[in-house]
Design a protein around this ligand. Sequence first.
Ligand code: NAD
Ligand code: UDP
Ligand code: UDP
Length: 329
Amino acid sequence: MQQGEFKNLARKRILVTGGAGFIGSHLCRVLLDRGAEVLCADNYFTGSRDHVRDLLDNPRFELLRHDITFPLYIEVDEIYNLACPASPVHYQFDPVQTTKTCVHGSINMLGLAKRVKARILQASTSEVYGDPEIHPQQEDYWGRVNPIGPRSCYDEGKRCAETLFMDYRRQHGVEIKIARIFNTYGPNMHPNDGRVVSNFILQALQHKPITIYGDGSQTRSFCYVDDLVSGLLRLMHSPADFCGPVNLGNPSERTVLELADKIITLTGSRSELVFKPLPADDPQRRRPDISMARRHLEWEPAVDIDEGLAETIRYFDALLTARKAEGAD
Ligand code: NAD
Ligand code: UDP
Ligand code: UDP
């Protein structure tokens, strides 16, 4: 464990918006382990109390049902703004609410940070690069985003959030940090959010057909959630003059077909591959250039994909077993 990450957070009051979601629940746990007081604010759109159930008895943990598109008046020292549905099925379910969460939600959290002089970190995304013309993507690449397509509520919402963060810094001197997160996986991923890792693992465990969209030659780079959370902590505790945006992700790139093969092998599945149409605006290649994170945060992912997938497979296996038991009751 390196210094910036292992900061003692005793007595720090930290707000995690979207803390009952996939990444947020892991972040809350790590912050509590470091001694912080954690306030988790979530409207449970895609998150769940189950993800933080084991934290509820901790006197330093507080769970608040709150939608960040509404103002929030509390006293905190740090804010991690993670609230936002992250997968296409969820962010396209109510696209207007997605944009509101990104834009109004950011304004409210930045207004809060400004009033209480808290540091605030924004969970941005590789989607700000859209379907990129350059590869791998560096932070100074401005992206190629369709402003009017089905993914735009998320992509443009997150881009506007970055603008707001930078303007609150320039105009009001708020201490901001922006993380551009690339595809992340691990336990507590939503089972029905249609993401490739959760879909393939659930299909493989049930020996159902593995759904490859397009010909499966498109690439992604998958980062295990523990690595990502350690990157978020390092960024939050980086020097005040460094605000990013900084890419956080795993630079090891693979095709969707390679991922399917790996998951079939790791689960010992009898699943076959079926090919389905590629969704609109689906980026063909994605891999982070993480030189900035290496340089400024001394951070890089440490968890090997086989190890990370094995942990995630155990999680989904237990989930399926629990569901079966519930069904049998
Ligand atoms: P998630 O859907 O599991 O978590 C998001 C959480 O935000 C959920 O608990 C949801 O209920 C909550 N939420 C949504 N709208 C809200 C609102 N208006 N007010 C309060 N809470 C709200 O997703 P995740 O994968 O944990 O993503 C967390 C953050 O990281 C998101 O901002 C996402 O855009 C970003 N991100 C994630 C990935 C990834 O691969 N998982 C990649 C890039 C960026
Ligand atoms: N806000 C909040 N909590 C606070 C302070 C502000 O939710 O502790 C919200 C409030 O709704 C406001 C928004 O943040 O509309 C932006 O605040 P800011 O002070 O930047 O702007 P203004 O209040 O002038 O609109
Ligand atoms: N994908 C797939 N089968 C699935 C789910 C996704 O082939 O069952 C593909 C999808 O088209 C995309 C890649 O896997 O090319 C990653 O999809 P995901 O939704 O996980 O992330 P994103 O597209 O947001 O990077």
